[in-house]
Design a protein around this ligand. Sequence first.
Ligand SMILES: C[C@H](CCC(=O)NCCS(=O)(=O)O)[C@H]1CC[C@H]2[C@@H]3[C@H](O)C[C@@H]4C[C@H](O)CC[C@]4(C)[C@H]3C[C@H](O)[C@]12C
Length: 324
Amino acid sequence: MCTAATYKTKDFYFGRTLDYEISYGDQVVITPRNYVFDLRSGGQLKSHYAMIGMACVMQDYPLYYDAVNEKGLGIAGLNFVGNAHYNKPVADKDNITQFELIPWILGKCATVKEARALLENLNLTDIPFMEKLPMAQLHWIIADKEACITLECMESGMKVYDNPVGVLTNNPPFDYQMFNLNNYMHLAVANHPNTFSDELVLNPYSRGMGGMGLPGDLSSQSRFVRVSFVKMNSLSGDSEEESVSQFFHILGSVDQQRGCCKLGEDKYEITLYTSCCNTDKGIYYYNTYDNHQISAVDMHKEDLDGEKLISYALVKGEQFFKQN
Ligand SMILES: C[C@H](CCC(=O)NCCS(=O)(=O)O)[C@H]1CC[C@H]2[C@@H]3[C@H](O)C[C@@H]4C[C@H](O)CC[C@]4(C)[C@H]3C[C@H](O)[C@]12C
């Protein structure tokens, strides 16, 4: 499972949890403006916007999971298993295969508005990166500080939804997830008065009872409700420290601990990493399951006019601050 979210204070923040049982060799990867992407259905993407995000690099190619470009546009891919549907290439369309979608959008678009326009001629194709690598079945959240959309390519066609909560998890399709929020419209951050019955004396005996009924399990529908509630009610100061800290708290509400989501004998899904990118400043913050300290990579400290990928291995192992 995975969860993505946006958050706005003085700057705009975009990030996700990546929940899975294995790592593909995740790294923070900066693609500078002159790295050339050879597109599978022909043509090249060169002289594009620079981008930073989490990826694994195979054959010198950045296979991004989530990334943000130098203009402040972000995109993340999350599992959409059983619903994602990709097509064969066709004439007169932009034939972009699944793993090219993130660089194609971030390379060309500065805003969600431009991304929406670009998506109009998209045909998302089913060409794998390599034969032995099973194709990811994903849907995507695309956001900037003004707008947020969800992209889902299903057998019934391609859908682009407005995403007013700025949140994405996994199945079911996004319109179901949004409709399901109606079932939780009674949730509140303050305690309710008794509306059960005038004839009974019922009192709130604890703080936080306005949120009773907020789902606590790890299913994608429950995580969608929980993180939406937390995000929509989140308050923080607007400094970088306060904003980033709050963002990690928002995604912390859907963190997956080893042992709680069993996939098979000795196989568990965990939150491998959590990311938070300041899209205005191009700084990618992250922590990992084994290292709660937040690490940061700033794209603007690199030569963004280069041609070669710049990769940072994830900082692993807990970093204790020893006070005595
Ligand atoms: C496993 C990741 C999604 C995590 C997630 O959503 N988990 C939810 C589990 S569940 O549905 O709720 O069961 C996805 C997100 C991005 C994916 C990667 C990116 O799409 C880039 C390439 C794409 C290639 O097709 C496959 C390898 C790959 C390197 C992908 C591996 C894997 O599928 C990733 C890492």
